[in-house]
Design a protein around this ligand. Sequence first.
Ligand code: F6R
Length: 602
Amino acid sequence: MCGIIGYIGDRPACEVIVKGLKRLEYRGYDSAGIVTEEGGRLYIKKGAGRIDELAEKLGFLEMPGKRGIGHTRWATHGVPNDSNAHPQTDCSGEIALVHNGIIENFAELRGELLGKGHTFKSDTDTETIAHLIEEELKSSSNFEEALRKALKRLKGSFALGIIYTGEPDRLYFVRNESPLVLGIGDGETFAASDIPAFLEYTNRVVFLDDGEYAVITMDSYVVKKLDTGEVVEKSVQEITWTLEMAEKAGYPHFMLKEIHEQPRAIKDAIHGNREIIRGIAEEIANYDRIIFVAMGTSYHAALVGKYLFQRLAKKVPIVEEASEFRYEFEDLIDDRTLVIAITQSGETADTLAAMKLAKKKGAKVLAVVNVVGSMATRIADLTLYTHAGPEIGVAATKTYTTQLTVLTMLAIELARIIGTASEEHLRRLEEELIRTPELVELALKHDGALRELAEALMDSRDFFYIGRGVGFPTALEGALKLKEISYIHAEGLSAGELKHGPLALIEDGVPVVAIAPSGKTFEKMVSNIEEAKARRAFVIALGDSKKLEKVADVFIQMPEVDELLTPIPYVVPLQLLAYHLAVLRGNDPDKPRNLAKSVTVE
Ligand code: F6R
């Protein structure tokens, strides 16, 4: 996830772009860059670092010209450094472009272009696009034709901003599965990943749809279809948001925005790993001693990973909190051990220490990480990125469901290599995984009902979350979400454990949230719900079977999906319930007391 802003008009382009980039910084902030044009020459300044630092160090505000494009980066291919920052250019230096998204077939295209004599200056997938347009220009009658031909060859998601010296009065913007919106001013036109980037200048916007591109000049815009070049009529909409609201894209909190971003994030996690998952799975398929290490929500993802590895790849991993692993496993690891570290930030002190210990002892270390170029990726032998984009709310939401997505892909591929599950079963799981963004959309539809439920339960003192199998980590995660932002005491339990002690705490009206998808343990879950009901608990059941409607006080109908994939959609109502309880109790869910986004001390 990166941020794009483009401007063409009568103001110094650099000023508009720097302001826009600051407003887009929430989308990525590991590097930034700007291209402007004056007198048929492109001026480019870019580097790794935060926008404010770079603006001062590189002199962004001294760049000439009245048209230009800026970019703030959240690295997906290539570590954050100066050469990988956008804009990226072709060999001639006449085409410069910025990109948000992932080009899945970039390796193949890059190979082809290298063969045709193009020279590359970065490790990015983005640079490939600039060279591809340059190549197509050789056999096209104009730039627009070359652009269309080049873009047809790209697979993946992209929003692009493109400037070409040969056409001094215009800029091009393209949208395919990554957001892009035009801002229509008076004698000036803008384009950006998100409205706040230009809301200071105009509230008149035109939303591009997937498969469309726009040609903008200072006083006109035209939107066309990428595949045919046919003009698409677009209506201008007037936005009534305040700048403050718009930065959260209209959501009152980043957490709610990030909960709603999950369908998009899961798609990116799938696209971003599709081509590399096989290679990673091959590298780890021979290890039998597998230890997952992580903390907090990432630890819950690791627990789901354990169930996936067990059921599909018939491997029995150990899952340890990284803080425990460090002190307990020193003598138990060697070069036959595989350690899988899961960390959103890639900076959690205990997880990094566990990884370093594992490396020192000769173990192979695979990291599942969200932040590109973070410390964890530098320690690990192998890295899988979750591609969730920046998560600003302290409570992990989209980074959790994307961790689950990546672990599911890995377990499927391992099972395929080892031959522990039938190809038919694995294919079906893959197809269902591709559908999970839709399932999450369905889960999001319970928002209104969950808010009402939160109103009814906002004075509860304790909550219990119960689940079995893959539903157990979901119960733990639901309880953690509630604790950290609503400050209500909550416990996540394996449902079987209930009668071994915790049942003594169940009394009249105590909320018990039961994770009860159809599958191996459904009937057992129903019995546990009945046990809780017999002690007059207030039971909220999540599942796909109507039978739950009869036994529970509140039934949250979930879509049918293979039990192994339920952790992805089932956590969504739990995130929403925690969110609404936090807000109703007057807490800021984005900044819970005593907590920080990355725990960089032990
Ligand atoms: C909970 C939460 C934390 C993190 C934990 C590990 O919502 O965000 O429990 O999951 O601090 O952080 P990472 O994944 O960055 O290592």
